[in-house]
Every structure is written in C-alpha cells, then in structure tokens.
Write a protein that binds this ligand. Structure first.
Ligand code: PRP
Ligand code: URA
Ligand code: MG
Length: 208
C-alpha cells in the first residue's frame, strides 16, 4: 500500500488554518473542500488518457481525453460530504456512491446505516472521501462494502491520518492507496487524532 502525503505549500497552509480552535463552520467547510480538490489532483495522476483529433480554429489538432471516465466518488457520511464538492469540481461527471457509517463512541467500532452504490462498481475506480483516518475502522468497513460490491480499484482521500489508522489499513487492505494532507502524531484515549482537527463532522455540519 502506498501512502501519499501531499506535501505542498498550499496544502500545508490550508490544513494549518483548519487547526484553529475557533474556526467558523464556513471557513472549515471551505478549506475541507479546497484541500479535497488538491488531493484529487494527486490521486488522479495515473488516469489514462487517449488521443482524439478535433477540428480547431487552425485546422485538425490532436488532443487528449480521459479514457473511460469510470470513477465513483464515495463520501463516508457524514463528514466525507464536506470533501465532495472539491472533488467534483475536478471530476464533474463522476458518479457518487454513498456509505453511511458512524463510530460507536465507546467501542470505537464502526456502525453501518446506509449504502447506495452506483451501477457497474466492478468497472470503476472508487475514491473514498473522509476527513479523518483515526483507528481505521470506518474506512476498513467502507472498503469491505466496496469490495463486496465488486469494486477492486480503491483509493482513500483524507485530510488528516493517524499512524494507527494507516497501519490498520495497511494490514487489512494493503491494495488500497491513500492520499492525505497530513499524518499526525497519534490517537488520544477517546480515539481522536492529536493534534488533528477535533470532530470533523460536527465542524462541517455545525452540530457542536
Ligand atoms: O478511523 P475511525 O476510528 O473509524 O474514525 C474516523 C471516523 O470518525 C468520523 O466519523 P463519525 O463517526 O464522527 O461520524 P460523522 O461523520 O457522522 O460525524 C470520521 O469522519 C470518520 O468516518
Ligand atoms: O480525530 C477524530 C477522530 C474521529 N473523528 C473525528 O471527527 N475526529
Ligand atoms: Mg463525527
């Protein structure tokens, strides 16, 4: 499994702004979406293109187009929705498949409550979106569901990842590459990432 830390000045700047204790819902949302867009740029670098000849103002010209266009974006509810628009800004025709999961606060185990996938999952590359990779339980459960549906090309996009979650994912789904804006220090006793962002879902939805 490859772990891509997207180490770019814009990403480092924006993730730093997200760590402000009193950040507004509006700013948190905007930054989550902007960083998701930058992660998408990295995560789609291996998309194949094919040549076409079109008629341009100066006569026939050879251009490149993305081959196949078989991508599905998979936001993990709720917080993953905060990254979705940034991703769709770059891949506007991507299908959206939704997974509903929350983490039991005591056991930290994921609880599944919703799944709605687009057609032909076996032909698609899935880009999972979740701001936080903490223990890894949620993303592992999401990947289990995607694989069950026949999907075999899967990538995960995160704003912040904990070393514990990366190790867990590496162990259970070593075929899944991840793209993250930051790799933080560790988890606290409640399974929150330190220094992390706090509760990303609450900050995106204003439910604090
Ligand atoms: O790696 P894990 O230990 O599983 O933790 C990460 C999960 O926790 C958060 O969701 P949460 O359960 O708070 O749900 P929400 O998005 O509805 O707030 C986060 O968005 C991830 O999905
Ligand atoms: O740090 C964390 C861990 C799980 N979920 C969050 O929103 N934040
Ligand atoms: Mg939450």
């Amino acid at each position: 499994m490859a772990v891509h830390l997207v180490d770019h000045p814009l990403v480092r700047h924006k993730i730093g702004l997200m760590r402000e204790k009193d950040i507004s819902t509006k700013n948190f949302r905007e930054l989550a979406s902007e960083i998701a867009c930058l992660l998408t740029y990295e995560a789609t670098k291996d998309l194949e293109t094919e040549g076409h000849t079109i008629e341009s103002w100066a006569g026939p010209v050879r251009i490149e187009q993305i081959k196949g266009k078989k991508i599905t974006v998979v936001p993990i509810l709720r917080a993953g929705l905060g990254m979705m628009n940034g991703v769709l800004d770059l891949i506007p025709s991507a299908r959206v498949s939704v997974v509903g999961l929350y983490r039991n606060e005591e056991t930290l185990e994921p609880v599944t409550y919703y799944q709605k996938f687009t057609s032909r999952m076996e032909d698609r590359t899935a880009l999972i979106l979740d701001p936080m990779l903490a223990t890894g339980g949620s993303v592992v459960a999401c990947i289990d569901m995607l694989k069950q549906a026949g999907c075999s090309r899967i990538k995960g996009l995160f704003l912040v990842a904990a070393p514990e979650g990366i190790s867990r994912l590496q162990e259970v789904h070593p075929d899944v590459d991840i793209y993250t804006a930051a790799i933080d220090e560790r988890l606290n006793d409640n399974g929150y990432i330190l220094p992390g962002l706090g509760d990303a879902g609450d900050k995106i939805f204003g439910t604090k």
